[in-house]
Design a protein around this ligand. Structure first.
Ligand code: FAD
Ligand code: FES
Ligand code: MG
Length: 283
C-alpha cells in the first residue's frame, strides 16, 4: 500500500499527488514513469514521475482525469492509499550539455517536461521553455517551469492567456529569429508533437518526443505499447518512452491509442452510473 500524503487540484480536472514511495524516489531519473493500480482489481495505468524527493521518500504524480481510472484516482484524498506502484520504468532521458535546449510542453505534457527541463538546466544547458494549453484554466506548472528555465513562453489555443496560438508557432518564431537550438524536447498530445517535429525537421534540429501509447504490463512482454520508429517496431515501455521525433510513425500511434474508445466509454459510464465508487467490473 502506498499512502497519498498530499492531493492538490492544479487545474480543471488535473490533480497532483505526492505519494510515499521511498524506493522509487531514490532510484528515479527524469523521463521515467510508474505503473499504478488503485486497488487490486484496477487496471494498470502509466503515469510519469513529475518530481521526487529522495530524502523525504516521496514521488509526485500529475494526472488529468480523462477516463474511468484517472477519474477514480482523482476521487482519492490525502490519507488514502493506492494498492500498487511499480517503477521507476522506462529509459531515463539522456541528459548532457547540448548548449541550448528548447523544452516544449503541451497540456498534461508539461508534467513530464518539467523534470527534464530541470535536469537539462542542472547539466549546464541554456533552457528555453514553451508551454501551452487549450485555455488558461488548463495551464499547469507555470511557476515551476519559470524557475528551471532561462526563458519561458506561454501560449493558449484560445488566447485566454499568453500568446494566442500554439506552442509550435512560438517555436517557429524563435527559429526564425535565428537562435541556435541544439535540441528540442517536445511532450504533449500527439498532434502537437507531430507539428513540432515538422517544424524542427525543416531546420534539421534534433527533436526528442515522449510517447504515450496504451500500456498493459509495461515490461516488454505484451506488445500493447508497440510503435514504429524509423521503420522498426519498438516497445515504448522498455525502449522508450523517448524517441527521435523525426522517425516516429505518429499516424499509427494515434490509431492504436484509439483502439478501445468504445470500451473506455462504457467503462466510464458504468463507473459514473455506480456513483463513482465501483472497485471491480470493467476496468
Ligand atoms: P480511459 O478512458 O481508459 O482512456 C482514455 C485514453 O487514455 C485512451 O483512449 C488511451 O489513449 C489512453 N489510455 C487508456 N488506457 C491506457 C493505458 N493503460 N496506458 C496508457 N494509455 C492509456 N497521463 C497523465 O495524466 N499524466 C502523466 O504523467 C502521464 N504519463 C504517462 C506516461 C506514459 C509512459 C504513458 C504511456 C502514458 C501516460 N499518461 C499520463 C496517460 C495515462 O496513462 C492515461 O491517460 C490513462 O491510462 C487513462 O486511463 P483512464 O482509465 O482514465 O482513461
Ligand atoms: Fe506491454 Fe509495453 S506495455 S510491451
Ligand atoms: Mg481506462
Amino acid at each position: 500500500m502506498f499512502p497519498i500524503l498530499e492531493a492538490r487540484l492544479l487545474a480543471t480536472a488535473v490533480k497532483q499527488f505526492k505519494i510515499a514511495a521511498p524506493e522509487i524516489a531514490k532510484k528515479r531519473k527524469p523521463g521515467q514513469f510508474i505503473v499504478l493500480r488503485i486497488h487490486e482489481e484496477g487496471e494498470r495505468i502509466p503515469l510519469t514521475i513529475a518530481d521526487a524527493d529522495a530524502e523525504a521518500g516521496t514521488i509526485t504524480l500529475i494526472f488529468q482525469e480523462v477516463g474511468k481510472s484517472t477519474e477514480q484516482l482523482g476521487k482519492l484524498k490525502a490519507g488514502d492509499t493506492v494498492s500498487d506502484l511499480i517503477g521507476p520504468l522506462g529509459v531515463p532521458t539522456h541528459i548532457e550539455k547540448y548548449g541550448t535546449v528548447v523544452c516544449v510542453g503541451g497540456g498534461i505534457g508539461i508534467a513530464p517536461v518539467y523534470p527534464i527541463a530541470k535536469a537539462m538546466r542542472e547539466a549546464g544547458n541554456t533552457v528555453i521553455s514553451i508551454i501551452g494549453a487549450r485555455t488558461k484554466n488548463l495551464l499547469i506548472l507555470e511557476e515551476e517551469m519559470a524557475r528551471v528555465s532561462h526563458s519561458l513562453k506561454v501560449s493558449t489555443d484560445d488566447g485566454s492567456y499568453g500568446y494566442h496560438g500554439f506552442v509550435s508557432d512560438i517555436l517557429q518564431d524563435i527559429i526564425d529569429e535565428g537562435m541556435t537550438i541544439n535540441l528540442v524536447v517536445a511532450i504533449g498530445p500527439v498532434p502537437m508533437m507531430r507539428v513540432v517535429c515538422n517544424v524542427t525537421k525543416n531546420h534539421k534540429i534534433k527533436t526528442v518526443v515522449s510517447l504515450n501509447p496504451i500500456m498493459v504490463d509495461a515490461t516488454g512482454m505484451c506488445g500493447a505499447c508497440r510503435v514504429t520508429v524509423g521503420g522498426r517496431t519498438r516497445f515504448v515501455c522498455v525502449d522508450g518512452p523517448e524517441f527521435d521525433g523525426h522517425e516516429v510513425n505518429f499516424a499509427e500511434l494515434v490509431k492504436r491509442q484509439r483502439a478501445y474508445l468504445n470500451q473506455e466509454k462504457l467503462s466510464l459510464e458504468t463507473f459514473r452510473h455506480q456513483g463513482g465508487a465501483c472497485m471491480g467490473g470493467i476496468s
